[in-house]
Write a protein that binds this ligand. Structure first.
Ligand code: GLU
Length: 428
């Protein structure tokens, strides 16, 4: 597969077109939903620490808000492209719809590399991003959240700028805030735990026990770490994780046949999820090439890094033992690779269902922020489990009844809900 040719927005549109055919959507509805409703492209000029100026490109894409304010993260990434942001905003629309929360889809980004920026410079980028968009985002319009290389601290700077502009408190403007500053307990765990809530339900349906299952995980950021934590608590064993190495600008897989030790690995991991190779070797890990995670003799694969990882080429390397793929990342699998997964009868928990725990908890955070009353962590995670489990059951029911691939079943539910909202509002 030629990585250069991969375009996540084309992929999101291909997935949508397929489901639009299944649902027999009319032409105006297709036209509306296969493209974002609004896009903002802008420059963010920053005074750097050394006194020079630098201009960063920023985006916000609002795919659809028929079911409620747009919701979606803002990502800082050196390879960010507008088509990635478009795809992710579209996936957010489906994600909010599949778990049935009253929000639409949006996504933002800034082309920058936080590894090379001081905290002050990053703060300026956050404030500049909000200044460019203050008129079109907000608690009732579009609600950002953290993602790849953005954190609770970035969200607080953005909230602070927004509140400066409007001269009042609007804690519902942004989610993923620090706990104690309008954030929700459980938000950090939510995406990774959500992946495992759906995985737990899938294993129940397949009549297999987590204790007997080996897993391999791509990525070692927030989603992967919490997915590994809960999966291990359920009795499962993870034997391989992969992560990006900032110094070598490539990724590596870390393998231990009898199971990785999450807490020990966390002690030698930097804040971007990079594991120290030398120390890992001393601890008895085999250090393998980045894509070795997918070739392991395991029952479960959890891609929890970036888009475009399970391609025709890499899917062919999957062990015949693989029974379940739980997609923690957004868009990890290409439509061609989907065909291989479907043919091999692997049970797929599609991205916008499996990783919907983050946005569901963001929704809980907004609700708590608006009430100015905050729940205990167990209450948040309990409510999250209920939402994720019922969304999973609705999708697997649909897949069974209509004999659909799980991704198509999830799409059918989401797209039908959004199309209905557009039609009810009289848009199409
Ligand atoms: N990163 C999560 C996602 O892509 C959370 C989004 C949010 O909280 O708005 O679904």
């Amino acid at each position: 597969m030629n990585k250069e040719a991969f375009n996540p927005f084309r992929m999101a549109q291909t997935q949508f077109d397929h489901v639009a055919d299944i649902l027999e959507l009319n032409e105006p509805t297709r036209d509306l939903l296969r493209n974002p409703m609004r896009e903002y492209h802008f420059n963010i000029p920053i005074r750097m620490d050394d006194g020079t100026s630098k201009v960063f490109r920023g985006f916000r894409v609002q795919h659809n808000d028929a079911r409620g304010p747009c919701k979606g993260v803002i990502r800082f990434h050196p390879q960010e492209t507008i088509d990635t942001v478009r795809a992710l905003s579209m996936w957010m629309t489906w994600k909010c719809a599949v778990v049935d929360i009253p929000l639409g889809g949006g996504k933002g980004g800034v082309i920058c590399d936080p590894h090379n920026l001081s905290a002050r410079e990053q703060e300026q980028i956050c404030r500049g991003w909000v200044r460019q968009l203050a008129r079109v985002v907000g608690p009732l319009a579009d609600v950002p959240a953290p993602d790849v290389m953005t954190s609770a601290q970035h969200m607080l700077w953005m909230l602070d700028e927004y509140e400066h502009i409007y001269g009042n408190k609007f804690p519902g403007f942004i989610t993923g805030k620090p706990v104690g500053m309008g954030g929700s307990l459980g938000r950090t765990e939510a995406t990774g735990f959500g992946v495992v809530y759906t995985l737990r339900e899938a294993l129940k349906q397949l009549n297999i026990k987590p204790e007997d299952m080996l897993a391999s995980v791509q990525g070692f950021g927030n989603v992967a770490q919490y997915a590994i934590r809960l999966y291990s608590q359920l009795g499962g064993t993870v034997i391989c994780v992969s992560c990006w190495d900032q110094n070598d600008q490539t990724s590596y897989s870390f393998k231990k046949k009898d199971g990785i030790d999450l807490d020990a690995l966390l002690k030698i991991t930097d804040r971007f999820g990079g594991i120290d190779k030398d120390k890992a070797k001393d601890m008895g890990y085999e250090i393998l090439p980045g894509d070795a995670w997918i070739e392991q003799e395991v029952d479960i694969l959890i891609p929890a890094a970036l888009e475009n990882q399970i391609t025709v080429e890499t899917a062919q390397k999957m062990s015949p033992r693989v029974k379940v793929i739980a997609e923690g990342a957004n868009g990890p699998t290409t439509p061609e690779a989907d065909k291989i997964i479907a043919e091999r009868n692997i049970f797929l928990i599609p991205d916008f269902l499996a990783n919907a725990g983050g946005v569901t908890c963001s929704y809980f955070e907004q609700v708590q922020s608006n009430m100015n009353y905050y729940w205990e962590k167990d209450e948040v995670l309990g409510k999250l489990d209920v939402k994720m489990t019922s969304a999973f059951l609705a999708v697997s029911d649909m897949a069974r009844k209509r004999k659909l691939y799980m991704r198509d079943a999830a799409y059918v539910i989401s797209v039908a809900r959004v199309a209905q909202a557009c039609s009810d509002r009289g848009w199409v």
